[in-house]
Design a protein around this ligand. Sequence first.
Ligand code: IPM
Ligand code: SF4
Length: 469
Amino acid sequence: MSDTLFDKVWDSHVVQKVEDGPDVLFIDRHLVHEVTSPVAFLGLKNRNIKVLYPERTFATADHNTPTLNQHLPVQDPLSAKQLQALEENAGEHGIPYWGLGHEKNGIVHVIGPENGITLPGATIVCGDSHTSTHGAFGAIAFGIGTSEVEMVLASQCIMQPKPKSMRITINGQLNPAVTPKDVALYIISRLSTSGATGYFVEYAGEVFRNMSMEGRMTVCNLSIEMGARGGMIAPDDKTFDYIKGREFAPKGEAWEKAMKYWQTLRTDENAVFDKEIEFQGADIEPMITYGTNPGMGVGISKGIPAADDVEGGVATYKKSLAYMDFNEGEDMLGKKIDFVFLGSCTNGRIEDFRAFASLVKGRKKAEHVTAWLVPGSHKVEEAIAKEGILDILEEAGFQLREPGCSACLAMNDDKIPAGKYAVSTSNRNFEGRQGPGARTLLASPLVAAAAAVTGKVTDPRELLQTQTA
Ligand SMILES: CC(C)[C@H](C(=O)O)[C@@H](O)C(=O)O
Ligand code: SF4
């Protein structure tokens, strides 16, 4: 019998099958943050239940933490309360807690892989939609709601109907200025934000095989933005090299045993998917969004499509452009921007900072641009300094902030002012996402860097061609 990678991992975690109902799945790893956990812990308290496997549970503070002066008490009373609740709950149940200032602190989807918590063939959940990120390692990882967080804390299991399967294959070569973010934004622009609803996606083909682990995380992270339950990529030597030696990864004999299993984690040749989609790597340009959902993206050299040329309602489309103060048919290139945000669980890893630095090196930040560069974790922050990237950034007039979700959802003070335009490496451009009235243009770290030094939407291919040595 031929199985998909997804089938193999899913089937090996089914504890019980409910006839015509959801499967009961065992969960290997549960990640917890301050926003979606307080009510779940309260539920346990009310029922006098302890966390079943605290050693499979990891807690971090990220969503509403400040990105300046983290050594000082958090000013916002609601944020301070949520952070305190998480610390107390973790303490009471014996869960590792990586709060503000802790060396392992960072965005939940950045610290999982970084510390060897995210492993191939594992089931991973978190009360957070971008849990799909961890699928980059060949794990089944998906976001859950707060009542499910409570269920997993109490039982280490979850009830889930098995999703349908989709494979997205991209072969060929990418232009050097086309990054994993562009690949993901391209797929979403082609499939729409609901194109993968009800499916779990496997990404296959040369383009993903050639991607670094960081790049694969970016792609899997964005799976959720086309409606998918999650996305995954078969583990290979790159995956194993990335994991080896990390703190929570298996060691010695356990490593050898795990490797034997992990090497079986790939889709069998004759396995059948419910849906197959194919694109060509050479067709993908650096991307940018012009509207208020991540599917409203175009190749950066293209204009804003006419309402009649897009699927979906004309009225919603026009409303979206009105929010952005853009018009049908306008070029994206040359549009003036005010803010740049480099960070988030989509593009807040070391490779993203390397890419940004490679373009701003020897150039200067445009004077009217405010740039918030926010590492995804303390480990990323450390690597930025150690690799000399910090010097490049500072030389070009940028300042580095402290880790957290920051302007990705603006739950802290990092809010883009109303009416301003931000080129952002995050994952959502919804109305008000980065602050009330803020206008978001989603893009890659290279496009963000090009905008940061020119002050307008600029094709990074142009600047890379004229790069000073
Ligand atoms: C706060 C949390 C529930 C939310 C999510 O689930 O995605 C957040 O991380 C986001 O990106 O919007
Ligand atoms: S960085 Fe953004 S998308 Fe990721 S978990 Fe935080 S708020 Fe959600």
